[in-house]
Design a protein around this ligand. Structure first.
Ligand SMILES: [Zn+2]
Length: 64
């Protein structure tokens, strides 16, 4: 069974953005469909500032 995760975007001033796997913490320079380290299927990417809003939106969706 494949787990799912998403990329947490880390923006840097002097180098390119990095994408961190929310499942294992693997950091890659370009987001892929799945994590090269743990194999989690990615559901998208998200700024690390937007986690709370997204989780609340997911809760609202599941309650419907
Ligand atoms: Zn991973």
């Amino acid at each position: 069974m494949k787990k799912s995760a998403r990329w947490i975007v880390h923006t840097h001033v002097f180098r390119g953005d990095e994408y961190e796997c929310s499942a294992c913490g693997e950091v890659v320079s370009k987001p892929k469909k799945s994590c090269p380290n743990c194999g989690a299927v990615m559901k998208g990417s998200k700024s690390d500032l937007g986690w709370v809003d997204e989780l609340e939106a997911l809760d609202a969706f599941l309650d419907d």
